[in-house]
Each structure stands twice: as C-alpha cells, then as structure tokens.
Ligand binder design. Structure first.
Ligand code: SF4
Length: 445
C-alpha cells in the first residue's frame, strides 16, 4: 500500500543523515593528508573535470593553511563543497590516485576537499574579489551548477549578472535532484549564498524561460545570454499503464522528498525502480529509507554495463535494495485504478550499440513482479520544445554549440546538462567556466 509517514521522526533523521560524514578534527584530516605523495603530474588532478590542483590543496592542509586550501579548490571549482559530497570520486580523482596501483586505499580526496571547503562556507571566508563594475550585463537562465559557475566568473570580472531561475531556490539538481543523505537542503542554500556573496549576481526566482521571460527580452536587455536550463522530466517508458497513479518519475519523487519533508512523501510496500543510473540509485535508496518494505531495481543489461558506480550500487544493496539484471518493463498491470504488478521482459545481451556497451535484446520471455509503486529513472529528456521554439540548433533536444560555447543565435551561449544531456555536477561546473570565458571574449573583456 502506498502511504506517507511510515517512520518515526527519529528514524527519518537516522535514515537521512550524512552518508559520508566529514572529518571531525584537523588531526583526523592530517592523518590522511600526510599520506599523499604529492605526485608530479598528479593523475588525480588530470581526472578531475575542473582540474582541481589536488596535491596543492592537500599540501596546504598539511601546513594548516585551510583557507589557502579552500582557495585552491574553489578557484577551480566554485561548487567544490557540493562536489565533495556528490562526485562519483571512485571513477574520478580517487579512482586515479596512485595508491590504487599499490593496492592500498586511495587518499580520501573528497573528504579532504570537504574539510577545507566546509570551513570556507561555515566561516564565510570571502576568497575572491570582484573587479569594479564595467557596465556589461549578462543574463543566465538557470541557477544550477553551470549557471552559478558561469555567474561567479563573470561577476568577478565586473560583469552585472542576472540569473533567471524557474524554481524558488538555486542549486539546480544539487538542490532538487540528489539524495538528501548526500546534501542537505540547508547545505544547498548555504552553498548558493556563498557563491553569490562575491557580489554582482542577482537571482530572480520563479522566472521560467518561455513563460515568464522570453529569449528575445533577454537578448534585448543584456550583452549576452547563457542558457543553463538543464534537462527536464524522466524519459517515458512508453508502456501500457504508465499513467496509472503510483507510477512516478524519479526526479519528481526526489524533488518532493527534498521539498516537502520526508514524512509527507508516500511510498509503497513493494517498489520497482526502472534504470540503474545515479538518479535511479538515489530514488531506490530513498524509497527504502522512507520505509518501503521491498525495493527492486530493474535493469535491462548486466552488472558489467551498469551506468552507476560500484560504490553507488553497493550503497543500494547495503540498504537492502535488490537488482534484477537483464529485465525491461513491458506493462504496468493495474487493478481498481492502482498499480498491481509490473510485467517485465527478460533480456539478453546482443551486439555493442552506439554507447560501446552490449545492447539489450528481448528474449520473448516475460515475468511478473508484484509491486504497488513504480519509479521511472531511465534518463531525462532535454527541453526540446522550448529549444525548438526559439530556433536554437540542437540534436534531439540537446543544444549544439560551436567551439566558443555559442549557439547558432548571436550572443546566446549555453552549457551543462542542456548541452551534454545530463552528466555530473562537476562537468556542469566546468561547462559554466568555459561559457564564462567565451562570453568574456564576446563582450570584449
Ligand atoms: Fe596524492 Fe593520490 Fe593525487 Fe598522488 S594521486 S597527488 S597520492 S591524491
């Protein structure tokens, strides 16, 4: 049965507490920081999409220069605090650490990064100066990681930045689409405030492109426009029964949970989650932590092709979620207008597809899973209608850019998930940096 308020306040609190607790003391951080070999040509830095100088910031921790360490991190990645919580570090910096070659535990780079950047946010260290205003104005659509990162660099150069955000909070996916036990709502607010405290950035909330504002208005009133609109709702499954109450998309589920409080979110006894990306894992683990008795993840390929990291999968398994490999949804079976079961196809692996992974092929066999709630997490769709409405060049809804991060419309730039279709927060931060550099050149700074 789908119902709210399954647990006591204490249980909610415990289930949604920080999954990666920070170092409690400088000494605890020092023990790990002092293990770093400060490698020349450090592979950890090379594997970071924002090229954070990892050995430098760790060295600064060892000399008790926490402010300097935070500056090193944040000058490459202004969302370094958030990324230290949500980055899949096992496939980025920590996965590249040379200790892995020695079959030893890698340096806990994310926790060290968190140690320094949390201190910066907590103490409100203003580490960056803004140049005097130069009269240039840039509009950014979307206050997610790409938009905030772009805004911060532009404002430091003296540009007046206005961000138009359709929600009532900034942070984008960080605030609305990531598990609450990785980043708390309070942390997300604090991080946005820390970024905008540099000055010269105004965020106008509840202003949606195509509804409250038009691209033409922005072009007319600003020297350049940066589109950081992200991606939208979950991809449809296109199966019978998909619109039955009890079938939800993962982003809406996580959004409600983050926005309305844990006890107000209804969850079933038996939940099926479709997909195995990071969002699917976040939805599955949170359904379990909200009190679902059984959560089953349905994935159409095998473990070898999984899009999430092993660490994420382990987290879901430790929470008691199960995975059925080589299975795809075929039909939502309903009774009295409610979800009763999910009919699934059994799949097998065929030839590699465009992604390089072996593609799932229907065997013709089926099985039925008794469930009362289904969460769809098979990827997100770009805002294709909106993008086409303004004649912005795109490939299946993903905005296409030239080598200067520019769209086909003069003075309109773009970056982040709207362009790449949905990657990590750290990729969006780098896209924002690239966009800002291109815009500064375009407006003659
Ligand atoms: Fe330190 Fe590991 Fe990076 Fe080398 S690879 S600098 S040991 S964190």
């Amino acid at each position: 049965m789908i119902k709210k308020n399954r647990l006591s306040p204490e249980e909610y609190q415990q289930n949604f507490s920080d999954v990666h607790p920070p170092f409690e003391t400088l000494n605890a951080a020092l023990v790990e920081a002092n293990r770093c070999l400060f490698c020349y040509d450090a592979p950890c830095t090379k594997s970071c999409p924002t090229s954070i100088d990892v050995p430098k910031f760790i060295k600064q921790i060892t000399t008790d220069n926490i402010k300097g360490s935070a500056h090193t991190i944040l000058s490459s990645n202004i969302m370094g605090a958030g990324c230290s919580r949500v980055c899949p570090v096992e496939k980025l910096c920590e996965g590249a650490c040379v200790y892995n070659l020695m079959e030893e535990k890698p340096i806990p780079i994310a926790r060290l990064q968190r140690f320094s950047t949390d201190a910066a946010i907590k103490n409100n260290w203003q580490l960056f100066e803004r140049k005097p205003s130069n009269g240039k104005k840039v509009a950014i659509v979307g206050a997610g990681p790409a938009g905030l990162s772009c805004a911060h660099i532009l404002s430091r150069q003296g540009v007046e930045v206005t961000i138009f955000e359709k929600e009532n909070k900034g942070g984008g996916l960080m605030t609305y689409g990531i598990a609450a036990y990785k980043v708390t709502p309070q942390f997300c607010d604090d991080e946005v405030n820390f970024i905008t405290a540099v000055g010269g950035i105004t965020i106008k909330y509840q202003k949606e492109l195509g509804k409250d504002i038009s691209l033409e208005q922005l072009q007319k009133n600003y020297d350049a426009v940066y589109l950081a609109i992200g991606v939208g709702m979950a991809r449809q499954l296109d199966i019978p029964g998909e619109n039955t109450p009890g079938v939800e998309d993962a982003i809406s589920f996580i959004y409600t949970l983050r926005n309305n409080g844990f006890s107000s979110v209804a969850v079933g006894d038996n939940v099926a989650v479709i997909g195995l990306g990071m969002t699917a894992i976040d939805a599955a683990t949170q359904a379990k932590r909200l009190g679902a008795k059984k959560v089953t993840i349905i994935y159409r390929r095998t473990e070898n092709e999984k899009p999430c990291t092993q660490v994420e999968l382990d987290l879901a398994l430790l929470d008691g979620c199960e995975v059925i490999w080589l299975a795809a949804p075929k039909e939502v079976i309903t009774e009295n207008g409610k979800v009763k079961a999910l009919l699934c196809r059994k799949m097998q692996l065929g030839a590699p597809d465009a992604s390089g992974r072996r593609s799932p092929v229907d065997t013709g066999e089926t099985f039925t899973l008794e469930v009362d709630m289904i969460i769809k997490a098979a990827g997100q769709m770009p805002f294709e209608n909106l993008i086409n409405q303004y004649g912005i060049s795109n490939s299946k809804g993903k905005i296409t850019l030239d080598e200067n991060c520019a769209t086909n419309i003069k003075g309109v730039f773009a970056g982040g998930d709207a362009v790449n279709g949905g990657k990590e927060v750290v990729d969006a931060v780098q896209a924002g940096k690239d966009g800002a550099k291109a815009i500064l050149k375009y407006i003659g700074l």
